[in-house]
Design a protein around this ligand. Structure first.
Ligand SMILES: Nc1ncnc2c1ncn2[C@@H]1O[C@H](COP(=O)(O)OP(=O)(O)OP(=O)(O)O)[C@@H](O)[C@H]1O
Ligand SMILES: [Mg+2]
Length: 260
């Protein structure tokens, strides 16, 4: 079997809460092969963002471990697109997009060239010198995604990058992400609330239980690649897969309500 690019082994995370603690994740096991697009769905508060932060090295595990196999020591191991606002309001679009490259010491002319190429690819070529406040929410989210792709990380971690967008913008950005990802084939761990977004984008969907998050299903997504939003949504297998995942999540969400 191919070695995992990202190996999450027996991961448990607890947060201190007063005199006690809250367990956010419980014994999560997950191995992502290189180039896999893996989506994680689960009820609110089940530990999805926690999982990404631990994989990103931003937060320690309470038990267990995360290992990422590095292929090229000259490029960053991972880049994260955070949930909610994730561009710097005091930087232009171009500087935001080039930020990760600047952190890595890439000279100005080179980093601006790379950032500009990415911004053009997502339709922001006319806004290089604009400020984030002069963009729509969907355009700002494109900037955040470009910033992550521009550093050419081996693994991309995305936490509900389209969660705050209207449906049309989201469909356009899902298509863009598919296009960009299909050209780069990076390993992606993508958190979303949306079952249909997970089905459109991912090779595999991990369903987490309500808190503490445990893996309750690991589902292969059968739709052929290259994909488009239209092709996946009109696939005859779409409805059955949606219902299967919703069935799992509905049970978990009922538990949430019962547990108060
Ligand atoms: N910084 C923190 N300090 C203490 N507890 C936290 C912290 N961050 C998260 N938690 C707790 O951990 C649990 C999981 O939170 P997390 O943000 O990972 O959930 P999530 O699945 O991303 O939720 P959502 O879908 O609402 O974004 C929550 O119940 C929360 O109480
Ligand atoms: Mg979250």
């Amino acid at each position: 079997m191919e070695a995992a690019k990202v190996a999450i082994e027996n991961l448990t995370v607890e947060y201190p809460l007063g005199q006690t603690s809250v367990r956010a994740l419980s014994a999560v096991h997950l191995a992502l092969p290189p180039g896999e697009f893996c989506a994680v769905v689960g009820p609110s508060g089940c530990g999805k963002s926690t999982l990404l932060r631990v994989v990103a090295g931003l937060q320690p595990a309470t038990h267990g471990a995360v290992t990422i196999q590095q292929q090229n020591p000259d490029t960053p191991l991972q880049a994260m697109v955070f949930q909610g606002r994730s561009v710097f309001p005091w930087m232009t679009v171009l500087d935001n997009a080039a930020y990760g490259l600047r952190q890595r010491g890439v000279p100005q002319a080179e980093r601006e060239e790379i950032a500009e190429r990415w911004l053009r690819l997502v339709g922001l070529g006319d806004f290089l010198r604009a400020w984030p406040r002069q963009l729509s929410e969907g355009m700002r989210q494109r900037v955040a995604i470009v910033r992550a792709f521009a550093v050419d990380p081996e693994v991309l971690l995305m936490d509900e990058p389209f969660g705050a967008l209207d449906e049309q913008t989201r469909l356009v950005l899902q298509d863009e992400l598919l296009r960009v990802w299909q050209a780069t084939n990076k390993t992606v761990l993508f958190v979303t609330h949306s079952i249909d977004e997970a089905m459109i984008l991912a090779d595999r969907i991990i369903v987490l239980s309500s808190r503490p998050g445990r893996v309750i299903a690991d589902i292969a997504v059968p739709f052929p690649r290259p994909r488009s939003v239209e092709a996946v949504r009109s696939d005859p297998a779409f409805g059955a897969l949606f219902l299967r995942i919703w069935g799992l999540l509905r049970t978990e969400t009922n538990d949430l309500v019962v547990a108060g």
